[in-house]
Design a protein around this ligand. Structure first.
Ligand code: C2E
Ligand code: MG
Ligand code: MG
Length: 661
């Protein structure tokens, strides 16, 4: 979810400047256009209007009057008439119009007021009207082809007149030219100047506003990008940046010959380093690590700093071996940052082999990075540097973990976990002496799941404590029920996980569960594995003592498996010792195992502990254990773990079915 938000935010940031630029250009064009329009409408209006007025007034004289000449002469205007070939056939003045330059279909044009000046035409020249210090009107007529050149300059007192010719082509092919004047006053000039200045200032202000908006926008975008993508600790980029840029890189159109490796690189002893030094020293180290990674990856590879001491990397690779060497080189460089501390760096790698752009685009980088992390987690047990590649088994394993984690809560609510009971018998008397409660999971979709497939997952997620409660309360309820039904019940042992033993009030929790179920404590035995002892010896001793004071017995499960230590036997005030099935597994050196088992049994005896042998599958083992004085046997030889109903019959029989009491 968060990644989708980041991607969306990034898109928005990147879209903003494009929008702003387009908006700025659009607004500028709009402003320019409207200013130009207003300017021309108002600026030229006076000239155009005046010209039009003049043309109209002369047209009035001309139209509908046959006695043109008398009319023209009465109007006291200068005129002349030309035949179709341009020769003057009549008139009261010379032709001062530059007929060569102007087509006859033009409404008007200026005469050669003075012979040294060019003639104004609205096709190839333009006005500039200014004023001098005395407020005299000056009209500069420029040549449009050459703006530096003032074609005509008219200057007068407070006003000026521009003479021009108006021509009327007649139907018989003759053309009448009438001379008129265009008058300008200083009022016109002030109006045009004021308008120009106002519009120019407005334009500048608007441009300034747009510019400020643009600059602020760019700044805002940069700040936002920093906030989203900068990693405060390393000073480099963060996970979001990596995700976006690596996805971009992977979705490039080009089909590549090389593959990509997504790497989860971890600074293993980072926490330890921070504890021994300080947070700021730690952050300094992370910066160093980040910079060293950057220095040692290719120019087009990507690296960032994500959480705590994790560094996601995206690297091109040609061969797996070549990649391994490159990563090894990075790790060596990182190790040499501080040789005094012997830092460890572990890299988990998931490979994206050469694929078409389309396939690459469909990849979910989040999942690939998770795979790389999962590969790296294989190295978790050791603090040494190392490299691990992700494979399909690991993928399946992680899918399974996800599935179990997703279903665990429902499974408790729907009581999908079932208690199985595995009887423990006295090998000498064949009498039922106890049982172990073992969990089974019956799920509609997953079917029957054995504890080996989900208990380790619950242990690492911490959900195991809920399972322990669930099992204990179910066993306590069963025992109380059987007691009230008159069964000759025996103690049932319940496994309590190592993770649970760190809770201060574990003994009280167990006591309360049994009290609530009305089950006397003497019928419940608590099994704990030896490994719990290594977490906090004193706390474990305290909890065991408390449990015993409430009437429970406590057994050490799986003794002899893993790192057994006789010290734990010496220090822990246990009631029962359960010898691990491993002692009796086939293939081990039988004689040596026998010696160890027999000595362990003796040791337990002398420490006043009862003994249980687990995983006993054949008669020879039973006979041996009976001889050696083992108190109870739990194994397939006598009984497999069974549902409560079957166990009820075992209780009713009291001894091993088929044996003599
Ligand atoms: P464990 O506590 O050591 O339980 C003994 C395991 O050995 C059981 O496996 C049992 O079925 C098996 N077993 C007993 N006799 C024989 C035999 O003769 N041959 C063979 N091959 N196996 C035998 P299970 O039930 O699969 O349980 C495995 C482990 O799962 C248990 O080892 C225990 O550590 C854990 N577990 C089971 N139920 C619970 C539970 O309710 N809570 C917790 N915390 N852990 C449990
Ligand atoms: Mg057990
Ligand atoms: Mg065991």
């Amino acid at each position: 979810m968060a990644n989708i938000d980041i991607k969306r935010a990034n898109k928005m940031i990147n879209r903003r400047p494009v929008f702003s630029v387009i908006l700025m250009i659009f607004i500028s064009i709009l402003i320019f256009a409207s200013i130009a329009m207003v300017y021309f409408i108002f600026g030229e209006y006076s000239i155009q209007l005046k010209l039009a007025n003049e043309v109209d007034s002369i047209s009035e004289l001309y139209s509908g009057n046959n006695d043109l000449f008398s009319l023209i002469s009465r109007s006291s205007k200068d005129y002349f008439i030309t035949d179709p070939s341009g020769n003057i056939i009549s008139g009261n003045t010379d032709n001062t119009a530059d007929l060569s330059k102007h087509p006859l279909d033009m409404d008007y044009f200026f005469i050669k007021g003075r012979p040294e000046y060019q003639i104004y035409s609205d096709k190839n020249s333009d006005f500039l009207i200014t004023s001098d210090n005395d407020n005299d009107v000056i009209i500069n007529v420029f040549d449009l082809m050459d703006f530096d050149k003032v074609a005509i300059q008219y200057r007068s007192g407070k006003s000026t007149e521009i003479p021009y010719w108006i021509c009327y082509p007649a139907e018989d092919g003759t053309t009448v030219y009438i001379k008129s004047n265009l008058a300008f006053r200083s009022g016109d000039l002030i109006f045009i100047l004021a308008l120009s200045i106002t519009l120019s200032i407005t334009m500048i202000l608007i441009m300034l506003a747009i510019l400020i908006f643009g600059i602020n926008n760019i700044r805002y975008r940069k700040d936002l990008q920093k906030l989203l993508f900068m990693d405060r600790i390393s000073g480099g980029h963060n996970w979001s940046w990596f995700l976006i840029n690596a996805s971009k890189l992977l979705s490039r159109r080009k089909n590549l010959n090389n593959g990509y490796a997504v790497i989860n690189l971890v600074f293993v002893k980072y926490r330890y380093f921070v504890l021994c030094h300080s947070s700021s020293e730690g952050e300094k180290m992370l910066r160093e690590v980040y910079l060293t990674i950057l220095k040692n990856i290719g120019p087009r590879d990507l690296a960032s700093h994500s959480t705590e001491a994790h560094f996601p990397i995206l690297m091109r690779y040609d061969s797996e071996e070549g990649l391994r060497q490159k990563v090894q080189n990075i790790i060596s460089q990182l190790e040499s940052i501080d040789t005094d501390h012997k830092f460890g760096f572990q890299a988990g790698i998931d490979l994206i082999p050469p694929q078409t752009a389309r396939v690459r685009r469909s990849l979910d980088l989040d999942i690939i990075y998770n795979n790389a992390s999962a590969a790296r987690m294989q190295l978790d047990m050791s603090e040494e540097s190392g490299i691990a590649f992700y494979d399909n088994d690991l993928l399946e394993q992680h899918k399974w973990i996800d599935l179990v984690t997703e279903k665990q809560r429902d499974a408790i609510d729907k009581e999908e976990f079932i208690v199985y009971y595995q009887p423990k018998y006295n090998p000498n008397t064949n009498q039922l002496q106890g049982a172990e409660a073992l969990i089974r999971w019956q799920n509609e979709e997953l079917g029957f799941v054995s504890p080996g497939r989900f208990i380790p997952i619950f242990e690492s997620s911490g959900f195991i404590t809920e399972i322990d409660h669930y099992m204990l309360s179910h066993v306590a309820r069963d025992q109380a029920k059987w007691l009230s039904q008159g069964f000759k019940i025996v103690p049932v042992s319940v496994n309590v996980s190592r993770a649970h033993f760190i809770e201060d009030d574990l003994a009280e929790q167990i006591r309360d569960i049994c009290l609530e179920a009305n089950c006397p404590a003497e019928y419940i035995e608590i099994e704990v594995t030896e490994s719990a002892f290594f977490d906090d010896k004193n706390k474990m001793i305290e909890t065991i003592r408390k449990l015993q004071s409430y009437g429970f017995s406590v057994s050490m499960d799986d003794f002899g498996s893993g790192y057994s230590s006789l010290n734990s036997l010496k220090d822990l005030p246990l009631n029962i010792l359960k010898l691990d099935a491993g002692f009796f597994a086939e293939g081990d050196d039988d004689d040596r195992s026998k010696v160890v088992v027999s000595e362990a049994l003796k040791l337990a005896k002398s420490l006043n502990m009862k003994t249980v042998a687990e995983g006993i599958e054949d008669k020879v083992q039973v006979d041996f254990l009976a001889r050696e004085g083992c108190d109870m046997i739990q194994g397939y030889y006598f009984a497999k773990p069974m549902p409560a109903s079957d166990y009820e019959s075992r209780m009713a029989q009291e001894t091993i079915p088929g044996s003599e009491a």
